[in-house]
Design a protein around this ligand. Structure first.
Ligand SMILES: Cc1cc2nc3c(=O)[nH]c(=O)nc-3n(C[C@H](O)[C@H](O)[C@H](O)COP(=O)(O)O)c2cc1C
Length: 182
């Protein structure tokens, strides 16, 4: 079957420079099968605090840029740590900017989770994202517990996941779900 190229937009819930969530997204970028590209969002840390008074004509330019990237993506990848049993504030703020807009309803989304912990944030994100009418593709869920490991151990684990095809398999399952829903 001929598959059209798809582009994915990856949202990281951690602003940390050495974020393991981001590292997993970067590994997915390197593992992309032919016809899939991933751009990692660098705008989340620049978004102002959400205020419904600043929607519509008053929407900040950076929010419009963020929303435009989401609109043009065929699907989203979310990699987000758990903070205090919940969603990190900065990431929830980014989602809040999207709630009343039309970019996200029915947009396919997969989770890439970088920890053996964090089931509470996964459950909360699922609830929030489904409330926003995103389509979570459970079959593409990827968990690679690199968090808490040394830099060297993380690198080895990510390389092994790439070479074994674990990362590309998730992306292929995501692509199939996107194609089936198109
Ligand atoms: C403020 C803060 C709160 C945290 N709360 C939790 C928590 O409730 N449960 C948990 O499993 N880990 C918690 N952690 C650990 C992070 O989820 C974990 O270190 C994660 O891997 C960090 O992701 P990152 O490497 O992408 O920044 C917390 C970390 C921070 C900084």
């Amino acid at each position: 079957m001929i598959q059209r190229p798809i582009s994915l937009y990856a949202l990281c819930g951690s602003q940390r420079q050495a974020s393991t969530s981001r590292r997993l997204l970067e590994a997915l970028q390197l593992a992309c099968p032919e016809g899939i590209t991933i751009a990692i969002c660098d705008l989340i840390g620049d978004l102002p605090i959400f205020n419904p008074d600043n929607e519509g004509e008053r929407t900040p330019a950076v929010v419009e840029r963020f929303a435009a990237e989401i609109r043009k993506a065929d699907g989203l990848i979310v990699s987000c740590p758990e903070y205090a049993h919940g969603i990190p504030g900065g990431f929830k703020n980014a989602l809040d900017w999207l709630v009343s807009r039309d970019e996200v309803p029915f947009k396919p989304l997969m989770f890439a989770h970088a920890s053996h912990r964090g089931d509470l944030v996964l459950a909360q994100l699922t609830d929030v994202l489904q409330t926003m009418s995103l389509h979570i593709v459970e079959d593409a869920f990827l968990r690679l517990p690199v968090a808490g490991k040394s830099d060297k151990a993380q690198a080895a684990m990510l390389l092994e996941a790439r070479e074994s095809g674990l990362l590309s398999a998730s992306l292929n399952r995501f692509r199939r779900a996107i194609a089936a829903g198109a």
